[in-house]
Design a protein around this ligand. Structure first.
Ligand code: MTE
Ligand code: MO
Length: 373
């Protein structure tokens, strides 16, 4: 693959996990200083070179099971559809893979807890575009179909990046799935999907396809590697590529992410002096579920302090944005733990559950203050 046309990048505050393709996450002590993640601190997740796309000529094709296929430029998307702004937290399913990797080697970019960020995305609603394309609307058909997205850039694993979501999520009146052309009030940068990307709030980042080229309404999920052979939670007894190949098709692709939180200050590898200690971190859950409570412990979970939450209501019926929290407790020399509870009562699990692809790690913090990465 050809990496001669990558954008210029300011990597201050970022930890580079892989150079080609470019994968980087912010130091989490910086990440939790802002409720809306500034661009320089927003994680980068790429599977191939960043494509160079001409916004004037690029068209998004809406094809498949629609009565009126469409070919729309970004200018069409801006002028023909109502502009919508949605705040949403994007989290990679591989966020915190390092915790699983310490149990046993996994397959994938070894992320710390920074493969997550909260942004304000602006664009048009995918459902408006699909309606204009004459998509079916009777519930029985909707329930069986998928909206499949593909991109233009060549990836390490497949000829293009691609992924899909159930059509019912795409059409959900309260689902807020966007075809976004702006992030944090500015045109998307090349790194984050210029000129147009999908944003699927409440779902793992992998479904929010950047450099969008085609939307196909179809009876099956996307055939792309990223839907079929990655971003699935395999049982712990599947330990190699050879074994995984035989069972991928038996397991569902991940959609919504699970309940999560992390202690960002004191950072991993930094210990608090025994005594009063200010702690802060983030918490989030998938599917629009808000955070109900975050518990924090300095004694391995024997006693817990309830954190103060910051999770402003931004309208709508769903909470797509994360929660930042603070707590004060009496630290010992042990690790400081957090445990979030979401609005459905889901709680983070105590121990990591290892899986071959190293996805969806939401265990309590496992790293001790004196261990660094
Ligand atoms: N879209 C394309 N075209 N190529 C990619 O590599 N990576 C996906 C998703 N969309 C990807 C993509 C994954 S796994 C994640 S987590 C998010 O984009 C990351 O978005 P970001 O780079 O804006 O943070
Ligand atoms: Mo991801």
């Amino acid at each position: 693959l050809e990496y001669a046309h990558e954008p210029e990048r300011d990597v201050k505050g970022l930890i580079i996990r892989k150079d080609k393709p470019f994968n980087a996450e912010p130091q989490v002590s910086l990440l939790v200083q802002h409720y809306i993640t500034p661009d320089p601190l927003f994680f980068h997740r790429n599977h191939g070179p960043i494509p160079e796309i001409d916004i004037q000529t690029h068209e998004v094709d809406i094809v498949g099971l629609v009565s009126n296929p469409l070919h729309l430029t970004v200018a069409d998307l801006k002028s023909k559809f109502t502009k919508r702004t949605v705040m949403a937290t994007l989290q990679c399913a591989g966020n915190r893979r390092d915790g699983l990797n310490r149990v046993k080697k996994t397959n994938g970019v070894v992320w710390g807890p920074g493969a997550v960020g909260n942004a304000v995305y602006t664009g048009c609603l995918l459902r408006d575009v699909l309606k204009a394309a004459g998509v079916v609307s009777n519930p029985e058909d909707v329930a069986k179909l998928h909206a499949s997205f593909s991109s233009v850039e060549q990836c390490e694993e497949d000829k293009n990046y691609g992924s899909s979501i159930p059509l019912c999520k795409a059409l959900d009146e309260y689902g807020d799935v966007l075809l976004a052309y702006e992030m944090n009030g500015k045109p998307l940068t090349r790194d984050h999907g210029y000129p147009i990307r999908v944003v699927v709030p409440g779902y793992i980042g992998a479904r929010s396809v950047k450099y969008l080229k085609t939307i196909s309404i179809q009876s099956h999920e996307s055939n792309a590697y990223f839907q079929q052979k990655d971003y699935k939670i395999l049982p712990s007894n599947i330990e190699s590529e050879e074994q995984a190949c035989k069972v991928w098709c038996n397991f569902p692709a991940i959609g919504e992410y699970n309940v999560q939180s992390y202690v960002c200050e004191p950072a991993d590898g930094v210990s608090c002096k025994p005594g009063p200690c200010n702690v802060r971190g983030y918490a989030l859950s998938g599917g629009g579920r808000s955070i109900q409570r975050v518990d924090v412990s300095a004694d391995d979970g024997r006693t817990w302090v309830t954190a103060d939450l910051y999770q402003p209501y931004c309208g709508g019926t769903k909470m797509w944005a994360w929660c930042l929290w603070t707590a004060q407790l009496h630290a010992s020399t042990k690790r400081i733990l957090s445990r979030a509870v979401d609005s459905a009562g889901n709680v983070q699990q105590e121990y990591p559950i290892w899986n071959y692809r190293g996805v969806m790690n939401n265990s309590w913090r496992t790293i001790e203050p004196d261990q660094s990465h």
